[in-house]
Design a binder for this molecule. Sequence first.
Ligand code: ZN
Length: 200
Amino acid sequence: MDIKRIVVGPIEVNCYLFVSGIELAVVDPGDEAEKIIEEIGKLGKVDYKYVLLTHGHYDHVMAVNELKDKYGFKVVIGEKDADISGMNAQIGVQTPKTKVDITVKDGQVLDFGGQRIQVLETPGHTIGSVSYLIGTDLFSGDTLFRHTHGRTDLPGGSDEDMGDSLEKLLKLNEKINIHPGHGEETTVEEEREFFKNHQF
Ligand SMILES: [Zn+2]
C-alpha cells in the first residue's frame, strides 16, 4: 500500500493517490489534472477504481471530469453533497457538471484492492462531508486538519455538526494516520492530545 500526496490548485488542496493491491483510488482531485495524470503515469500498471470526494466544494473537484474521462474511475461522494454544481453556485462559483457514480452514507463499505473503504459521515464543513477510512489511513477532507478544523460558515456548515464529527474522528484508533484536505498530515493520537487543550 502506498499513498502519494499532490498539492493542487490556488487553494492548495491535498489530492492523494492511494494504491491497494493493484487498484488505485484518487482522493479529491481538486485541480491541475495534468499534474495528477503525470503522477498516475509513474505508478505503472494499476486498475483505475475510484475518485473519492470528501465533499463537493469546487477546490476539491475541478479535475474530476478529466480523470474520469481518461481512466474511467467511479466517482464517489456523500449523498448530501451529490449536487456539486448546486452547492458551488450557492457560494458563487461555477463548476463543470460533474458526473457522480456512487453516493455513499455513514457506515457504507466499498471494496478496494482486497481492503475495505469505510465511509464515515462527518458533516460540519458541508452537510454531506464524509471521511474515508482505509485500514489505518483516514482521509478527513475539510473536517479535521492538523491542529484545527474546517470552516463552518459556508452554506450547509454547522458548528454543532463539526463538534460531533471531530469527536467521532478522535474516537478512532490512535494509530490511524490522518490525511487532511489541506496542510500537513497528522495522527488520531496527536489530534486527540491537541484537542484536549483546545476547544473545537
Ligand atoms: Zn471545502
